[in-house]
Design a protein around this ligand. Structure first.
Ligand code: ACO
Length: 319
């Protein structure tokens, strides 16, 4: 039996930090409102010159170094992003070129904030099927580009960044189970409903959402997905050392852990200093905890995504 295993993690945050006070200086909002409703204190914002593939490149370099392998060893590059550099080519192809290699398969996955979980499941299946031996899976976003900076209800929530993992084939799991779900009937609940047409933007280029509906939906499906994935791996929730949900809002994270009966010590929280970085949030959080020595080899992790589409899903992983 072939399994896939995470053999290295990496991440990158652009240096510029934006605090809640920076928003309060230009919008009708306060640090207290943002902290209380979201748990967010600060987020990183990319420079104008930085694209998702630039952030992905930095995160990938760190992940490859941690894994002790070269980009030339990758058979597959998957980039999860909703803020690609271009309509095409894919951000994964641009990343491949920045890494100075060619020949591997490279494509993007578009599942918004569930993108990394979808990408990891995809790469895991390539490896299990024998179609790849090593894969680079990246979540990279510059959500600052699709925010209406005058809309206090959305612009305070997000940040930019990238996270990456190297997956390698092995005889032991690794990735035990992944379950991916979607319900396109909720496409209007969270969207950027625009496109490029005839040289102009048709529709809206800005993120819009129904915050309260998103909140309720996210808590419900994160709980369902956790239970379903743990059962698919023939395990119990008590076997999980770390719950790493998509970092949208500290209240969503707390409510999910509470519903699952998991103590707060097992909940990974980085949304306070990253904001919501969409597809980058799970690998960014994973890498931060790995580098801090909190998440270690042998630990069981439940990675979870939920986002526009609506999409959601989980990967149960032994590091
Ligand atoms: N500062 C001050 N007031 C604000 C702000 C702000 N930044 N944003 C909204 N308000 C106001 C609203 O205008 C409203 O005012 P009104 O009562 O005068 O009309 C009031 O606060 C309450 O607004 P609500 O939207 O009802 O506030 P709520 O308690 O629901 O909090 C929030 C809003 C934080 C967005 C919450 O609904 C939420 O966290 N939802 C989840 C959404 C989320 O995490 N999205 C991320 C993307 S989705 C994903 O990643 C899965």
């Amino acid at each position: 039996m072939i399994y896939s295993r995470i053999v290295g993690t990496g991440s990158y945050l652009p240096p510029r930090v934006m605090t809640n006070a920076d928003f309060a200086a230009r919008l009708d909002t306060t640090d207290a409102w943002i902290r209380e409703r979201t748990g967010i204190v600060q987020r990183h914002i990319a420079e104008k010159s930085q694209t998702s593939s630039d952030l992905a490149f930095e995160a990938s370099r760190h992940a490859l170094a941690a894994a002790g392998v070269g980009a030339e060893d990758m058979d597959l590059i998957v980039v999860a992003t909703s803020t690609p550099d271009y309509v095409f080519p894919s951000t994964a192809c641009l990343l491949q070129s920045k890494l100075g290699v060619k020949g591997s398969a490279a494509f993007d996955v578009q599942a918004v904030c569930s993108g990394f979980v979808y990408g990891l499941a995809t790469a895991d299946n390539f490896i299990r099927a024998g179609a790849a031996k090593k894969a680079l899976v990246v979540g990279a976003e510059v959500f600052s580009r699709i925010l209406d900076w005058n809309d206090r209800g959305t612009c305070v929530l997000f940040g930019d960044g990238a996270g990456a993992v190297v997956l390698a084939a092995g005889s032991k799991p690794g990735v035990h189970a992944s379950i991916l779900r979607a319900d396109g009937s909720h496409s209007g609940m969270l969207s950027v409903p625009g496109n490029v047409c005839g040289g102009a933007v048709a529709g809206s280029p800005f993120l819009q959402m129904n915050g309260q509906a998103v909140f309720k939906f996210a808590v419900r499906v994160l709980e369902e997905s956790a239970r379903e994935t743990v059962a698919a791996a023939d395990m119990q929730l008590s076997d999980i050392d770390w719950l790493i949900p998509h970092q949208a809002n500290v209240r969503i994270l707390d409510a999910t852990a509470r519903k699952l009966g998991l103590p707060s010590e097992k909940l990974v929280v980085t949304v306070d200093h990253h904001g919501n970085t969409s597809a980058a949030s799970v690998p960014l959080a994973l890498d931060e905890y790995v580098r801090a020595g909190k998440i270690r080899a042998g630990h069981r992790l439940l990675l979870q995504g939920v986002g526009g589409g609506f999409t959601w899903g989980s990967n149960l992983v032994t590091l």
